[in-house]
Ligand binder design. Structure first.
Ligand code: TRP
Ligand code: ZN
Length: 473
């Protein structure tokens, strides 16, 4: 599933087909036969300036079926991923994003296809060629040890081995470490995972556990992620876990998997999942997915948590504040996802503001007090905190203070500007109107102006588009 840009590309293709005979476009023209296919290569990426190789053009992924065995002791993976996609142009070549181990076989539908690899680009030549609108499958078999990916800020992600399995996280660019696909937030798809590990080891993925079967010393876990998901939110984390299943007060299934060494330290945060989901549902609108939960793993070199869809993942002991942050992301980040990475404040600002609200709701500091604190509005006007543009933090600082804290402050300031009634309607509408899709800052401003009936040009100018510490808004 894919929105805006690719829908635009598909439209351009359709218009091109209609105008075929008149348009002077020698590479694409089919003289005397405007309805005939005009095959070309799908674009190698979607052109997001923060990660210029991410995503692909020419098709839209609908579903990933990711099947593998993994042996924690040898770190060996033996995998088959089948992608179901629909072509959005007549296509004789397309790219996937993949940084995983050696490919032993690649088929498009039933037909072996030739391919080349260059960095994260896997270039596939399907024969027969694909026609626009055609649904096709790409089956990729690969085996070996998937890589750890290092980010612009020096953090690690992708497939991170632990002492009992692997910690698996993909924001902003780790997903191609372990499965081929279209790794940009705008190409969401449903996922099924079928993972076989040694008996006694647990494999935890997004979505609902369909089956768990042990035979001949191995256990196969089948997980089904039934709502559209961006690739960066996929996980299949493996290790020794204490598993607990329950339900929220309103009946949403909760599945938690916690490293035995971290159970005691994380108990307070994990036990609050049902209450957090209830509270956030009351202010953000209905929880967007069929299940919830958390994965608390021990991956000491990672140093961050991630809002993996339906089950956020923690790389060490989970705190209450971080749990609130990651669960709030399920609405803002996972269900509603930025169209471009430069709008990361729409994820991090919302999730950070949600923790301020949770803290106030549970008797701690008010959101206003947090806004005023020395790590927020109290920072000196000369600090880099104020000298960075919120809508362009850069890839090194996209998970730094600016998108998180200034993002949250922007929302709190907006709440003061438009009033509580309009503000809480706005954030509910934002989740409902963009559910399972992508949106950008411009769309948020339009929504804010619509709900409030106010011209907010000056407000957003000082808070999101300009450098400098706002003094009036
Ligand atoms: N989005 C995560 C969160 O806020 C944090 C995160 C994801 C991160 N990937 C990262 C932080 C890479 C630093 C580096 O919960
Ligand atoms: Zn976050």
């Amino acid at each position: 599933m894919r929105i805006s840009r690719i829908r635009g590309a598909a439209l351009a293709t359709a218009v091109g087909a209609l105008l075929g005979a008149q348009v002077a476009h020698p590479a694409l023209a089919a003289p005397g036969n405007p309805g005939a296919p005009r095959y070309s290569a799908g674009a190698a990426s979607v052109g997001d300036p923060y990660f210029p190789d991410q995503g692909n053009g020419g098709f839209d992924v609908k579903h990933y079926d990711i099947t593998f065995t993994y042996d924690p002791a040898s770190r060996h993976m033996d995998a088959t991923t089948t992608i179901t996609a629909v072509a959005t142009q007549d296509m004789d070549q397309f790219n996937l994003d993949f940084r995983g181990p050696e490919i032993t076989e690649l088929k498009v539908d039933k037909h072996p296809a030739s391919f080349t690899r260059d960095g994260q680009e896997l270039v596939v030549t399907p024969r027969p060629k694909l026609k626009s609108g055609q649904v096709f499958t790409v089956t990729v078999k690969y085996a070996g040890t998937p890589p750890v990916i290092t980010d612009p800020d020096g953090s690690i992600e992708g497939w991170v081995p632990t002492d009992d399995g692997a910690f698996v996280a993909g924001e902003p660019q780790g997903a191609p470490a372990w499965f081929p696909g279209s790794d940009h937030p705008t190409d969401k798809a449903t996922f099924t995972f079928r993972v076989t590990v040694p008996e006694g080891v647990t494999a935890v993925g997004n979505g609902q556990l369909l089956s768990q079967k042990t035979e001949n010393g191995t256990t196969t876990f089948v997980w089904d992620s039934t709502e559209p998901m961006a690739t960066y939110l996929a996980t299949m984390t493996i290790g020794n876990f204490v598993v607990n299943e329950s339900r929220t007060p309103s009946g949403i299934p909760v599945y938690t998997a916690v490293d035995p060494r971290l159970v005691a330290g994380s108990a307070s945060a994990v036990s609050k999942i049902p209450d957090m989901i209830e509270y956030f549902s009351s202010i953000f609108g209905p929880y967007p997915f069929a299940s919830t939960g958390a994965i608390v793993d021990r991956a000491p070199n990672v140093g961050y948590a991630l809002e993996t869809q339906t089950k956020p993942i923690f790389s060490n002991t989970a705190s209450v504040g971080t749990m609130a942050h990651e669960l709030a992301h399920q609405w803002y980040g996972d269900s509603v996802t930025p169209t471009r990475w430069s709008d990361i404040w729409l994820n991090e600002g919302f999730a950070t503001y949600a923790t301020w609200l949770w803290t106030e709701h549970t008797g701690g500091a008010s959101a206003q007090t947090t806004f005023n604190s020395s790590s927020n509005y109290g920072r000196a006007a000369t600090s880099s905190f104020w000298q960075t543009v919120l809508t362009d933090p850069g890839t090194v600082d996209m998970f730094g203070n600016v998108p998180y804290n200034r993002g949250a402050m922007t929302l709190h300031a907006l709440r003061g500007k438009i009033g509580d009634t309009a503000f809480f309607k706005l954030i509910k509408d934002w989740a409902a109107d963009n559910r399972y899709g992508n949106a950008d800052t411009a769309a948020f401003i339009r929504s804010a102006e619509k709900v409030s009936g106010m011209d907010l040009t000056a407000f957003f100018d000082v808070w999101v588009f300009q450098k400098g510490k706002p003094s009036a808004w």
